[in-house]
Design a protein around this ligand. Structure first.
Ligand code: TRP
Length: 454
């Protein structure tokens, strides 16, 4: 695409919602609760919030700067801003991370489709907590059913990316995001009023710092990158579609606030419900799929129609939130292949989808039929670990160094102030964090995890 032909989002709100659509997804509602659960609850959440603020916000603005200034997708942006240097490797690293995430992410996205079908059939009626655990296990370990849903989800993503419906992304986000938000608030209220919900609230709100260790820090940092869609050039690619009036600081803060609120609210849905019915908070990736049906049954069980309706709405919105995220991941990789090798978008997209079918099928099988272990992790967990906890923070670190140290300061200032038309009083704080605080913090968390500090 020629520079001057590049389409932009129709409005400033559209830009915010499209970026928020990428950010809000399974990361908030599925991954955040189970990571918080595995790492002891409130203390993890506090560190997570610190990571969002200190690392997430500045790095998001830095990615916006790279995207809007280069007006190119991440695979090309660094080559444009730093011709003849190796900085372009940041873009390649990001594209690879996106490709790897898309495979296992689509497996979980596929699970939401199974749960949509179950809600339609009113399949949760009359079941208790043990039944939900058993039926999730049976389903996720089945060699075939999750794979069919995975394929369905990938093809759906593929179709939208090939059609190139930027409009579609923007328009649908405008309706879906608010509806999802309202539903989550309603469910959180239902959940905190369940019997014995208090223990769950305590788990969420009362930090136990004795549980802190290197894994908690790495987990919180990885979750912040994953949830905000940072560290792989996803938001920088979206920023290349921002108009000249989009305020980048404000957009980053809005996206960060929406994303964090959804994650925290998801915590308020999951933990009170889990404690209420005696499900352990460290149940891992299955956590939301075994606790949520309980919320629906316990809160509306007296009126089966309402229970089915709420669970249907919830899983449909979750699937759509996942879809806006998979589109953003697929788009980055497809745009890269298209721009780098000059392949038609169609052909590039087919290759991306085919690759994800393979990694997705392997991830899905690794939860049941295929019991190979890599460093003690299933293939699914391996992909999650390598991307969220290694590649994304590394990508974020490199972006800090690129914008903080390599890129001319005037470029950052121009982008942040829309060439002097806006004020950016926080500019020097932002640059300071980008140059020193964020890279040192990321490096320390990595080093700490290796056990060198202890
Ligand atoms: N942030 C999305 C979520 O929370 C997932 C996602 C979309 C993502 N694009 C990304 C994660 C880029 C990391 C990088 O579900």
């Amino acid at each position: 695409m020629q520079k001057n032909e590049r389409v932009s989002f129709g409005s400033k709100l559209g830009a915010i919602l499209a970026a928020a659509g990428s950010a809000v997804g399974l990361g908030n509602i599925w991954r955040f609760p189970f990571e918080a659960g595995n790492h002891g609850g409130a203390a993890f959440i506090l560190i997570y919030l610190a990571c969002v603020l200190i690392l997430g916000m500045p790095i998001m603005i830095a990615e916006f700067t790279v995207g809007r200034h280069s007006k190119a997708s991440t695979g090309k942006a660094f080559g444009i801003l730093a011709p003849g240097t190796q900085w372009k490797l940041i873009g390649y690293l990001g594209v690879l991370a996106g490709l790897l995430i898309l495979g296992y992410y689509s497996v979980v996205a596929g699970w939401t489709l199974e749960y949509i079908l179950a809600s339609l059939n009113n399949g949760f009626a009359g079941q208790g907590p043990e039944d939900f655990v058993a039926s999730f296990q049976e389903f996720s370990q089945d060699p075939l059913r999750p794979i069919i849903w995975l394929l369905a989800f990938l093809f759906f993503t593929h179709y939208i990316v090939v059609k190139g419906v930027k409009d579609g992304i923007e328009k649908s986000s405008k309706i879906m995001m608010p509806v999802l938000f309202i539903l989550i608030v309603v469910l959180a209220i239902c959940s905190v009023t369940l019997p014995n919900a208090g223990k769950g609230l305590e788990f969420l709100l009362k930090p136990d710092f004795s549980k802190l260790n290197a894994d908690v820090f790495l987990g919180a940092m990885g979750q912040a990158f994953f949830s905000l869609s940072l560290g792989m050039g996803c938001l920088s690619t979206y920023a290349s579609y921002f108009g000249p009036d989009t305020k980048m600081g404000k957009t980053a803060l809005s996206v960060g606030a929406i994303d964090t609120m959804v994650a925290i609210l998801a915590g308020f849905i999951i933990f009170p419900a889990a404690f209420s019915v005696g499900i352990q908070p460290d149940a891992g990736p299955s956590l939301i799929f075994i606790t949520l049906p309980n919320v629906f049954q316990q809160a509306f069980g007296g009126v089966p129609f309402l229970a089915a309706l709420f669970s249907l709405m919830f899983y449909v919105l979750l699937a759509l939130a996942a879809l806006t995220s998979t589109i953003s991941l697929h788009e980055v990789v497809t745009a890269f292949l298209h721009e780098k090798f000059g392949w038609k978008r169609n052909r590039a997209a087919i290759l991306v989808t085919a690759f994800c079918v393979v990694t997705g099928v392997l991830s899905s099988l690794s939860l049941g039929a295929w019991d190979a272990k890599f460093f003690n992790l299933s293939f699914f967990d391996l992909l999650d670990f390598v991307t969220a906890k290694l590649m994304l923070p590394l990508g974020g670190l490199l972006v800090c160094l690129f914008v903080g140290w390599y890129l001319k300061k005037s470029v950052s200032r121009d982008e942040l102030t829309n060439y002097g038309r806006e004020k950016a009083p926080y500019f020097s704080v932002y640059m300071f964090i980008l140059k020193y605080i964020a890279p040192i913090a990321i490096a320390l968390i990595f080093i700490n995890e290796l056990g060198i500090l202890s």
